[in-house]
Design a protein around this ligand. Structure first.
Ligand SMILES: [Fe+2]
Length: 418
């Protein structure tokens, strides 16, 4: 009987618990001790050291009576080699608790490291096939505290650890990787430069928008077993979280970029990033992130910039499939919080509002601006369809190589469909 029902199940993985607010990073020694720490491995990067944040956190941990080892030997996006080096360092350091401090890169490295610390092996053993062996972690890793210093990736809320194998971005996504504790402290983001604030903020916006419009859980066929349930699908809870994240970004990103010391705007962006991360963990990402991974890998531009530049043109393509939902999206994107009537025109307006937001925070609005050439569009579309199967099928309107080429052509020229 149960198997005959239409699919009616959705899921939302959650980690341990979240503490949010200005100054909360100062709780890290207390939280590490609560998790059983005597020795802590602090994983961060050189940029966070030069911003003075690493030293502050180190001091808090040491004043709490903890021994601290630091691994911060990188400044770029994670590669499989970097994660391997960090996990080898961790095996020698033998910490009881791992603290990830930084943007998505540091947090992602910390997530995989704390798992390998307990379960052994190399990152490639656990990375998704075909590049890795796809082994599952059989249980929990060393306890982890995530302290984000940007507001965008939402890595503190997800079980995903992204890393590059050669030129291809891939990674590990397994439930036990969710951090036990996230300390989200907007004060740590106050010194972020405008360009990084804009790019990471648009990454959060892309997570939220993509989760908000992704294919819904009840559009999936009923699975034959619990293992066959789809990893991601939009649902009532991801709708709430994604919708609020979109509203918060629309309300705060311009101020956070232009007046970086405004703690109110910074708090709004930190909350948006977290909410969007949880929404993404449940609802999933779709085409803009799929294309963003291809563009980012080839041109080495910031992840949020790469996903964001495609977002308006993709939304323009899909808006007609659900006039009500995309009209709601337009209202959420309005920086003045205006509501709009439900109409086809309002639904299409959401694409224009996204493009306006990119302009307002001084990010590129066309693929031409980031150096994509017309001759590359076809191969980019093909690579996206062929290699990004985790995201493309979540599109609410089917995207083929041909339609994606048309979307990318619009993105190159900055134009919308008629
Ligand atoms: Fe992202």
């Amino acid at each position: 009987m149960l198997k005959e029902r239409p699919n009616s199940v959705w899921k939302l993985p959650t980690g341990g618990y979240v503490k949010f607010g200005a100054g909360v990073a100062g709780d890290c020694a207390y939280e590490a001790t609560r998790l059983g720490a005597k020795r802590v491995l602090l994983i961060s990067d050189k940029g966070i050291r030069s911003a003075g944040i690493t030293e502050e956190i180190e001091d808090v941990l040491k004043s709490g009576g903890l021994a601290v080892e630091v691994w911060e030997d990188f400044q770029s996006e994670p590669t499989v080699e970097l994660v391997r080096d960090c996990s080898r360092f961790a095996r020698d350091a033998k910490p009881d608790v791992v603290v990830g401090l930084g943007g998505g890169s540091a947090l992602d490295i910390a997530k995989t490291t704390r798992m390998i610390l307990v379960h052994g092996g190399e990152p490639l053993d656990y990375i998704h096939p075909p590049l890795g062996k796809g082994k599952q972690f059989p249980g929990a890793g060393a306890p982890m505290i995530a302290i984000p210093t940007t507001s965008g990736t939402g890595s503190e809320a997800t079980d995903v650890s992204v890393m590059a194998v050669g030129e291809i971005k891939t990674g590990i996504a397994q439930i036990p990787m969710l951090p036990e504790v996230a300390l989200i402290d907007p004060m740590l983001t106050v010194g972020m430069p405008p360009r990084v604030t804009a790019s990471t903020g648009v990454d959060a916006l892309a997570h939220a928008v993509e989760a908000f419009i992704a294919k819904r859980f009840d559009q999936n066929p009923a699975p034959n077993s619990p293992e066959a349930r789809p990893g991601y699908a939009a649902n009532p809870l991801s709708d709430l979280l994604a919708g609020e994240a979109i509203r918060l970004v629309s309300e705060n990103i311009r101020c956070a970029v232009n007046q970086g010391h405004d703690l109110c705007a910074r708090s709004g962006m930190s909350l948006a990033s977290y909410l969007a991360g949880v929404a993404l963990e449940s609802g999933g990402c779709t085409v803009p992130h799929a294309v963003g991974h291809i563009i980012g890998g080839e041109l080495h531009i910031a992840h949020g910039t790469a996903c964001g530049v495609v977002l308006p043109y993709y939304i323009d393509y899909v808006a007609s499939v659900d006039v009500e939902r995309f009209s709601t999206l337009a209202g959420l994107l309005d920086p003045a919080g205006r509501t709009y009537e439900v109409s086809r025109e309002t639904a299409q307006l959401s694409a224009k509002l996204l493009k306006d937001l990119l302009t307002d925070v001084d990010l590129p609005t066309t693929l031409a601006e980031i150096g994509v050439e017309r001759g590359k569009l076809e191969s980019m579309a093909k690579a996206t369809i062929e290699t990004q199967g985790w995201a493309v099928p979540l599109s609410p309107r089917q995207v083929t190589g041909e339609s994606l080429y048309a979307i990318l052509k619009n993105a190159l020229e900055g134009s919308f469909f008629e």
